[in-house]
Design a protein around this ligand. Structure first.
Ligand SMILES: Cc1cc2nc3c(=O)[nH]c(=O)nc-3n(C[C@H](O)[C@H](O)[C@H](O)COP(=O)(O)OP(=O)(O)OC[C@H]3O[C@@H](n4cnc5c(N)ncnc54)[C@H](O)[C@@H]3O)c2cc1C
Length: 447
C-alpha cells in the first residue's frame, strides 16, 4: 500500500522508516535543497537547525524518559542519534553531520522509501498522508493547510515564555490570586519582588547577552510581544508598567502595595506547571536560569521549558487532531482530504525528541488504521500519549509544549523527592505491559 510523507525532517524520516518496515511503499517528499527554509543550511535529511543536543538520557529527566520510551518502541532516529553521539556528559549530543548521514543511509537502504526532492504545495491527494513539514513549512504548503483547515486554525508563533514546575516554587514568597480577583478559581501564582530585587533583576536583564536573532526573525518581531530583556532596556520602570505590574493583587505584608510582581499562569489542567506571563525572551538558557532565580519565589525553580523566540508555524491541534494525531474525521471529510495525520513541530510538539516521538506515533497509528481499520493507542501513562493528551485537550490559548514530568498522569500525591522516580516506574510498567500485548513491537529493549 502506498502512502505519502511530507517533510524529510526529524518527524518525517522517523515516520517514513516506521511505515516502510511495516510494509508500506512510502513516497517521502523533501523540498530541500531545491527550496530552502530560512534556518536549514543544506539539503541533508533530518537536519538539526539549532542546538546539536537531544537533551538528557537519564530516565529521571523528562527527555531521558521519553528517549527510553522511544528505544523500547524501536525508534530508528534515536538509534541514528546514539550512533552519532559525541561526549557531552549525560546528554545525548550528536555530531549533526554524522546524524544526518546516518538517517540518510537508513532511508536510502529502505527500498520501500522513494525520496522525492520536491516541494509539496497541497495536502490534497489520493494517498494517505503524514504532514511533517515542520515549523518552517513552505509558504505554499502553509497557505494550503490554512485554506483547508480554516482561517483561525494556523498560528504564526514567535515567543515562548519559561514554564516552571509548581512544586519547585517557594510559597513562602508567592501566593495564588487572580488580578482584581476575577474568575471563580485562583489560577495565577504571584511572585513579588521588592525594589532592591527588582532593580537588580532589571540591571541583569539589561546587561545580559541575548541570542542574536536571525534576519527573518527580526522582521517578524512585533511590539506586543517584545522579549523581556528588550523591555528592560527601554526603561527602568517599563517592566513595572508591563508584565510585572503590581496592580489588582492586594497589599503586601507591610500593608503597602507590592513593588513589582511576576505572574505565573497555569500551563495544564492539573496545575503542575505554570508559565511566566509575558516573559518571552531570547536570552541564553543559562542566563535565563541565573536571572529568573533572583526572584525569591523562584530561587529553587525547576524549569520545564525555558524561553525562546523563533518563527514557528503550527496548527491548532486541540481543534483539529484526535489523540492519534489524525485530523478529526469531520475536518477530513469537510475538506475532502485523504486520511491525514500530522507529526512533528507543526502539531505543537516542541523539540527534537518530541518531533521523533510524534513521527513514530503518527506512523504507528497510520499503519494500524490502514491495515486493521483501527489503531492501538499507547497507554495513558506513557510519555508520548501524555504529550498528545496535552496537545489535543481544548485550550483557548494553545501553545507548543515540550514533554515534561508535569504532563504524566499524577495518580497520587507524590512526595517531591520520589515523584520523578515513581512517575518513571509507572510509565515503564504500563509501557512494558502494552508492548507485551503488542507483538508488532520489536525493540532492543524488549526482545
Ligand atoms: C529556528 C529554530 C530553532 C530550533 N531550535 C531547536 C533546538 O535547539 N532544540 C530543539 O529541541 N528544538 C528546536 N527547534 C524546534 C524543533 O524541535 C525543530 O524545529 C525540529 O526540527 C522539528 O522537527 P520537524 O520534523 O517537525 O521539522 P523539521 O525538522 O524542520 O522538518 C520539516 C522538513 O519539511 C521540509 N518541508 C517544509 N515544507 C515542505 C514542503 N512544502 N514540501 C516538502 N518538504 C517540506 C523542510 O525542508 C524540513 O526538512 C527549533 C525550531 C526552529 C524553527
Amino acid at each position: 500500500m502506498q502512502v505519502r510523507v511530507i517533510g524529510g525532517g526529524l518527524a518525517g524520516c522517523e515516520a517514513a522508516l516506521q511505515l516502510a518496515c511495516r510494509g508500506f511503499d512510502v513516497e517521502l517528499y523533501e523540498m530541500r535543497p531545491n527550496q530552502m527554509t530560512p534556518a536549514h543550511r543544506d539539503g541533508s535529511l533530518a537536519q538539526l537547525v539549532c542546538s546539536n543536543s537531544f537533551k538528557g538520557m537519564e530516565p529521571t529527566s523528562a527527555h531521558g524518559l521519553l528517549k527510553r520510551e522511544l528505544r523500547m518502541l524501536g525508534s530508528f532516529l534515536l538509534k541514528c542519534a546514539e550512533e552519532a553521539r559525541v561526549p557531552a556528559g549525560e546528554s545525548l549530543t550528536v555530531n549533526r553531520e554524522l546524524f544526518s548521514q546516518s538517517v540518510e543511509k537508513a532511508i536510502a537502504s529502505a527500498s520501500r522509501i522513494h525520496l522525492h526532492r520536491e516541494e509539496v504545495k497541497t495536502i490534497e491527494g489520493n494517498l494517505p498522508t503524514i504532514v511533517a513539514a515542520g515549523p518552517l513549512a513552505s509558504d505554499a504548503l502553509a497557505d494550503d493547510i490554512f485554506a483547508h483547515l480554516g482561517g483561525s486554525r494556523l498560528h504564526f508563533f514567535d515567543a515562548i515564555a519559561p514554564v516552571v514546575e509548581t512544586d519547585s516554587i517557594d510559597f513562602d514568597y508567592a501566593f495564588y490570586r487572580n488580578r482584581w480577583e476575577k474568575g471563580e478559581t485562583a489560577d495565577f501564582i504571584n511572585c513579588p519582588l521588592d525594589k532592591e530585587t527588582y532593580d537588580e533583576f532589571v540591571r541583569r536583564l539589561r546587561e545580559a547577552e541575548s541570542i542574536e536573532p536571525r534576519p527573518f526573525e527580526k522582521k517578524e518581531l512585533f511590539e506586543g510581544c517584545l522579549p523581556v530583556e528588550e523591555m528592560a532596556r527601554r526603561g527602568e520602570d517599563t517592566l513595572r508598567f508591563g508584565p510585572m505590574r503590581p496592580v489588582g493583587l492586594g497589599l503586601g505584608n507591610n500593608g503597602k502595595k507590592w513593588y513589582s510582581v511576576i505572574q505565573l499562569r497555569a500551563e495544564n489542567k492539573e496545575k503542575t506547571l505554570f508559565n511566566m506571563v509575558g516573559f518571552q525572551t531570547r536570552l541564553r538558557y543559562g542566563t535565563q536560569k541565573e536571572i529568573f532565580t533572583l526572584v525569591p519565589a523562584l530561587k529553587n525553580a525547576r524549569f520545564a521549558r525555558l524561553g525562546a523566540m523563533h518563527r514557528n508555524t503550527f496548527i491548532e491541534s486541540p481543534k483539529l487532531l484526535d489523540e492519534t494525531l489524525r485530523l478529526k474525521l469531520e475536518v477530513e471529510k469537510a475538506s475532502n482530504l485523504p486520511p491525514t495525520w500530522f507529526a512533528g513541530q507543526i502539531t505543537g510538539a516542541e523539540g527534537y525528541t518530541e518531533a521523533v516521538a510524534t513521527g513514530w506515533y503518527s506512523a504507528w497509528n497510520m499503519a494500524n488504521t490502514l491495515l486493521h481499520g483501527k489503531t492501538r493507542e499507547l497507554p495513558p501513562e506513557s510519555c508520548i500519549r501524555s504529550l498528545l493528551h496535552q496537545l489535543v485537550t481544548p485550550n483557548e490559548d494553545f501553545q507548543p509544549m515540550n514533554f515534561n514530568f508535569g504532563l504524566l498522569p499524577h495518580k497520587q500525591d507524590y512526595k517531591k523527592k520520589d515523584k520523578k522516580r515513581l512517575l518513571a516506574e509507572q510509565e515503564e510498567m504500563a509501557l512494558r505491559e502494552w508492548i507485551a500485548a503488542t507483538p508488532e513491537i520489536h525493540s532492543d529493549e524488549t526482545v
